[in-house]
Design a protein around this ligand. Structure first.
Ligand code: ZN
Ligand code: FE
Length: 257
């Protein structure tokens, strides 16, 4: 399974999964049809599935057009998103599995950004492979999604599930927000050497207009303040030792940043 990153809209990424054995493709969160159709044409591939993480327009914007072009494709999304994802046929919940290219993804129910958000995790098949996590707007590189429909407690619970995955998991989030996220992170975690190094690296990458996605979950665990609600330095900033209150305070600060 090859993963192809397609930039879309102002700062979205669409991920195309491609199986060169069968010439089949699947797409995660198609924000826009043009880059997807262009790449499918180049590959001469058939689109067999849309995997949506949640119902926001910048994640489902191309569903309708892609269904028109590939009427046999299947649209997957969370059970709780019923009625909000155009063309949805498969209603997924925690623990379900979806198959593509002889890989099988595990579905996580991760409410918080929306009340119905799900994530898809393809575990490695062989020990030298990496796991692939498609987490939509739940974890961002250096950040996390805003809480539009969920509570801090729900989001911490959701982030906890994803944080439990192996360190070498590649994190394919749906937006290029990394530099701004790290700028914020430095305001509350300035003494974190891994964060300082990451900020320097990402600054240089963005100057060269390089994508910072995928990131690695191990690095997120060290540098992403929204996965560090149990670190004493962030609890000091939030003036509490309660993990959920720590998360809520930091999320609130980021909303105003
Ligand atoms: Zn969203
Ligand atoms: Fe989004």
């Amino acid at each position: 399974m090859e993963i192809i990153r397609l930039p879309a809209l102002s700062d979205n990424y669409i991920f195309l999964l491609y199986d060169s054995q069968t010439n089949n493709a699947a797409v995660i969160d198609p924000a826009d049809h043009q880059p997807v159709l262009h790449k499918l044409e180049q590959l001469q591939a058939d689109l067999v599935a849309i995997f949506n993480t949640h119902h926001h327009h910048d994640h489902i914007g191309a569903n309708q057009k892609l269904i028109q072009k590939f009427p046999h494709l299947k649209v997957y999304g969370g059970t709780e998103d019923k009625g909000r994802i155009p063309g949805q046929q498969v209603f997924l919940q925690e623990g379900d599995r979806v198959e593509f290219a002889e890989r099988s993804a595990q579905v996580f129910f991760v409410p918080g950004h929306t009340r119905a958000h799900i994530a898809y995790y393809f575990p490695p098949i062989t020990p030298d492979e990496t796991g692939e996590l498609f987490c939509g707007d739940t974890i961002f590189a250096g950040g996390c999604g805003r809480l539009f429909e969920g509570t801090p407690a729900q989001m911490v619970d959701s982030l906890c599930k994803l944080r439990n995955l192996p360190d070498n998991t590649r994190v394919w989030c749906a937006h290029e927000y990394t530099l701004n996220n790290l700028r914020f992170a430095l305001t509350i975690d300035s003494q974190n050497p891994e964060l300082q190094k990451r900020f320097a690296r990402v600054t240089a990458m963005r100057q060269r207009q390089e994508a910072t996605i995928p990131s690695l979950l191990g690095l997120e665990k060290q540098t992403n303040p929204f996965l560090r609600w149990d670190s004493s330095s962030l609890q000091l900033i939030a003036k509490t030792t309660d993990p959920i209150k720590t998360f809520a305070t930091i999320r609130g600060m980021k909303d105003k940043f």
